[in-house]
Ligand binder design. Structure first.
Ligand SMILES: [Zn+2]
Length: 179
């Protein structure tokens, strides 16, 4: 799907202002003032050159990105129809401690279940290419497949453990990292 198709089917992927909630496609945003701290800022017209999904690591996006959006879309429509679909927006997508984080402005139990499912899945999908993960990087924890782990090992900057020992990787982190 192109970015434009993604934004039309999944309006929550349209970049929005974290504080005001204004979407970049809002006519008011197009006139400037998208960033509250700098009302004079001139915003280039939005050309669908980026979406919130760009913040999802490439491997995860390839493996399940659009599928996850589709499931959330269906649940939103079931919950509150088109209005729910329009009101729901992403505040942040990222990786943390080797797993997907998907933050939004509101949620429901059913939507949380979908997010939990993909969060658990992300721990077993190569963050780089989307294949099944067999290794976990140590230090900055992330899941990798055989090929990517082998390739990155060559740099000498990253150490890996088999994913069966993933728990060990968590144990070597300072406790403060989890607060
Ligand atoms: Zn890989």
């Amino acid at each position: 799907m192109t970015n434009r198709e993604l934004c039309e089917r999944y309006p929550f992927l349209i970049p929005s202002n974290r504080w005001s909630g204004m979407k970049v496609t809002d006519p008011q945003a197009q006139k400037g003032g998208f960033w509250p701290g700098n009302p004079e800022a001139v915003l280039e017209p939005y050309e669908y050159d980026y979406t919130e999904l760009d913040d999802m690591p490439e491997g995860w996006r390839r493996a399940f990105g659009e599928q996850m959006c589709e499931e959330i879309r269906e649940e939103l429509l079931k919950t509150g129809g088109e209005k729910a679909l329009e009101d729901y927006r992403i505040t942040q997508i990222k990786e943390k401690f080797g797993a997907l984080r998907w933050y939004t402005n509101w949620t429901t139990d059913a939507i949380e279940k979908i997010i939990d499912k993909y969060t658990a899945l992300s721990e077993h999908i190569c963050i780089r290419c989307g294949k099944l993960a067999t290794h976990i990087s140590l230090g900055w924890i992330s899941p990798y497949c055989d090929d990517c782990a082998a390739e990155l090992s060559k740099t000498g900057y990253i150490d890996f453990a088999p994913i069966d020992d993933a728990e060990d990787a968590y144990l070597i982190l300072p406790e403060t990292e989890f607060t």
